[in-house]
Design a protein around this ligand. Structure first.
Ligand code: SF4
Length: 400
């Protein structure tokens, strides 16, 4: 079919096949892709609202046995640079988040063999006993799978136990590209195959959780594999309706084993726009300002995105691989409003909470993103001894 005929299909509300989406991605002029994505977005979100959330990306541990080749964040078991955050540190981060108007943590970490399921349950209960309405958007599908393998209990049972302890929703991390050929090349097939990632999300949706979905593009995948990734997500969304949003970000190559070069801003906008056309059952698409910066983030709002993502407060993973953008609430709102939209705060379910918090009360400015741990802080949380160590390195450390 010609590009014009495909554009007519989109304008008539028709669904693109994988081959048609690939054709659009490869051959449609960038301005046409953007125009169509903007039309589809306006059909779904007819007002001028662009949402954002105030939360904090906390990485509870950087110790990881998965060792993905695109990751600059992890440290191997026994590394002197490895850390696990204490419950008291996480509570302090929550206090700071609440002071900035936030209401949730995005909590993710490495696959640490010395953290059993009880550690997560105790942490979640501790948080919920102190802050009953605070939300935990936590543990991507590969982390859930890691906990399930360690505990030797099924994924549905892990999800049930974590929800009982306080888990509110699951972030869509660890998806990278949901094609096993790519996952093998990225050394991330063992943490979760494409089917396993989808299956964890299926169980989470069946348990009543809403989740997001992500895509890390620009490493070793082909354009057709990007579309295949989106196709897996679209099929699960048809089945469960459990995804709230899709977030695409570009592979950040600095300090990684894989290395390479980062995809351009135009590639980002074309990928985002194609996602808006193809993922016709996803209500929201986020702009990834953390990898693209505020200016491309602004442009994203006319290439299909209706959400500016998170104020974030803290970020460790993308920064370790070279991206160092920071926007506090004032900056995010300025970017949204300067692009001609109305900025609204939301929660994890994309329900509107209100206007910018800094217009209601004074909040501290944030000129750089916080980090998990200050450099050189090698402290070990006291409560860790309550959980049996599985790794030899941790058993030896405790024996000293
Ligand atoms: S991406 Fe996640 S699972 Fe992979 S090495 Fe990094 S921390 Fe571990």
């Amino acid at each position: 079919m010609s590009i014009n005929a495909l554009a007519d299909t989109v304008r008539a509300g028709g669904r693109l096949t994988e081959a048609e989406a690939l054709e659009m991605y490869l051959s449609a002029p960038t301005h046409l892709l953007g125009q169509l994505a903007n039309e589809v977005r306006q059909r779904r979100h007819p007002d001028r609202t662009v949402t954002y959330i105030i939360d904090r990306n906390v990485n509870y541990t950087n110790v990881c046995v998965a060792r993905c080749s695109f990751c600059a964040f992890y440290r191997p078991v026994g590394s002197p640079e490895g850390y696990v955050l204490g419950f008291d540190e996480i509570v302090r981060k929550i206090d700071e988040t609440i002071a900035l108007g936030g209401g949730q943590l995005l909590l993710q970490g490495g696959h640490n063999p010395d953290l059993p399921i009880e550690w997560y349950e105790d942490l979640f209960r501790e948080v919920k006993s102190r802050y009953p309405t605070f939300r935990l958007h936590a543990l991507s599908p590969p982390e859930v799978l890691h906990i399930s393998r360690l505990a030797q209990i099924s994924v549905p049972d892990v999800v049930r136990r974590l929800v009982a302890a306080g888990l509110d929703s699951i972030p869509g991390g660890g998806a990278e590209i949901l094609v096993d050929r790519v996952r093998i090349l990225l050394h991330c097939d063992s943490k979760a195959s494409a089917d396993e990632w989808i299956d964890v999300m299926r169980h989470a949706h069946r348990a009543g959780l809403k989740t997001t979905a992500t895509m890390m593009y620009g490493s070793v995948e082909t354009p057709a594999e990007r579309i295949e990734h989106m196709s897996r997500l679209r099929a699960l969304q048809d089945e469960t309706g459990g995804f709230t949003a899709f977030i695409a970000w570009s592979y950040q190559p600095e300090h990684t084993e894989l290395q390479g070069v980062e995809a351009t801003g135009v590639e980002y906008l074309r990928t985002l726009a194609t996602a808006r056309l193809f993922l016709d059952n996803f209500p929201s698409l986020q702009a990834s300002w953390v990898t693209q910066g505020g200016k491309v983030g602004q442009l994203s709002l006319t290439y299909g995105a209706n959400d500016m993502g998170s104020v974030m407060i803290e970020e460790n993973v993308v920064r370790a691989a070279g991206a160092a953008y920071c926007m506090d609430e004032i900056e995010i709102v300025r970017n949204i409003e300067d692009a001609g939209f109305e900025a609204k705060r939301r929660n994890m379910h994309y329900e509107i909470l209100g206007g910018p918090i800094f217009r209601e009360r004074q909040v501290p400015r944030m000129l750089e993103l916080a980090v998990s741990r200050a450099d050189g802080d090698n402290s070990v949380p006291a409560e860790l001894v309550n959980y049996p160590a599985r790794s030899r390195a941790e058993r030896e450390r405790r024996a000293q």
